[in-house]
Design a protein around this ligand. Structure first.
Ligand SMILES: Nc1ncnc2c1ncn2[C@@H]1O[C@H](COP(=O)(O)OP(=O)(O)OP(=O)(O)O)[C@@H](O)[C@H]1O
Ligand SMILES: [Mg+2]
Length: 322
């Protein structure tokens, strides 16, 4: 227990400093060295996918506010609402999109034509709300969208992807394109159990992954840390060496959250002094530091390849976690 605890402290301290223990060793294992004859194309954008085991844990709320926080750090950020057909990021951001991903699927519009401008210069690809047909879109069409997202790389430092709950084939397709995975969980036993199921499936499907855990709807920080540590202990026991789990932050349960959603204005802009907004800002600063480390590696020999453009490895061979 003492050992686990000290390792946990080490992880949180390092991520606070924007560093990732085992990062290089892990990346060595997972980098594709010969994807194409010309070698892998280095990523221009860091792709961060926000996912969860069970639904309603606050993924969209976290993804939207984190994206705005990162945009506020003078990063060029694009948010992709990948909860196709049931999308709501545009509502949380107060945007009425003219076009959405359904127009890309139907080939009526190019990806560049469906980009909407949001707060702090954030760019949004809306996911199409109230479109059950889109939710039923064939997985091959999703593959084609994921591939076309490569076109966003030139104009984005960071691409945040808000996913549907669970680990369906289409969610997995996006996760294989992720450089980093943010999982949103809460303290309820069902959420903890689902997040472990999710992490287990990530380990099975992807071989290895780096996962940033956010504990949402916590009573207070101590409560969030205890929840994280319970999950960390189980992950360390079952998937040591395959899953690197980091504490990325926490957000308290607060009425400011639904109020901000009702107002259609991200929490960090509508109630910037509230505790949940300050927690999101801290999370944003942490992810920003992580991004700067990630970016500095892109010019060195440890640079990771683009996940979207030109990499078409089958899911079981696709590397992740860098
Ligand atoms: N920290 C919080 N405090 C209070 N309410 C919250 C908090 N986080 C999220 N909620 C509420 O939980 C609900 C679900 O949030 P959200 O839509 O972000 O979840 P989700 O994980 O994206 O859901 P889905 O799985 O359906 O996509 C919303 O009504 C939101 O107001
Ligand atoms: Mg959602």
């Amino acid at each position: 227990m003492a050992t686990d605890s000290s390792r946990f402290e080490l992880s949180t301290a390092k991520i606070s400093a924007g560093m990732h223990p085992h990062h290089e060793a892990h990346m060595c294992e997972s980098l594709p060295l010969t994807k194409t004859d010309a070698g892998p194309e280095p990523a221009k954008s860091q792709v961060i996918c926000v996912a969860s085991g069970k639904g309603g844990t606050g993924k969209s709320f976290i993804a939207c506010n984190l994206a705005v926080a990162l945009a506020g750090q003078e990063r060029r950020v694009t948010l992709v609402d990948a909860d196709f057909g049931l999308a709501n990021a545009h509502l949380m951001l107060g945007i009425e999109p003219r076009y959405d991903i359904s127009h890309v699927v139907s080939r009526e519009r190019d990806l560049s034509e469906v980009v909407e401008l949001g707060p702090k210069g954030l760019r949004l690809i809306a996911g199409g709300a109230g479109r059950p047909g889109l939710a039923m879109t064939a997985d091959s069409a999703i593959d084609s969208i994921v591939d076309r997202l490569g076109a966003l790389e030139g104009g984005s430092d960071i691409i945040v992807v808000d996913l549907a709950a669970g680990l369906s084939p289409r969610v997995t397709r996006f996760l294989t394109a992720a450089h980093d995975i943010v999982l949103v969980a809460n303290h309820e036993s069902t959420s903890r159990s689902d997040i472990l199921g999710m992490i287990g499936m990530l380990a099975e499907t992807l071989g290895a992954a780096t996962v940033h855990l956010v504990i949402n709807m916590a009573r207070d920080r101590a409560h969030a840390v205890v929840t994280f540590q319970q999950i960390w202990n189980r992950v360390n026991h079952a998937w040591r060496g395959r899953i690197k789990l980091f504490f990325s932050g926490w957000v308290p349960r607060s009425s400011f959250v639904p109020n901000s959603i009702t107002r259609g204005k991200p929490l960090i802009l509508s109630y910037p002094q509230s505790q949940p907004a300050r927690c999101i800002e801290t999370m944003g600063e942490r992810m920003h530091k992580h991004h700067l480390v990630w970016r500095s590696r892109q010019v060195g020999r440890w640079g990771v390849p683009s996940a979207f453009a030109g990499i078409h490895a089958p899911v079981e061979n696709q590397p992740l976690g860098n």
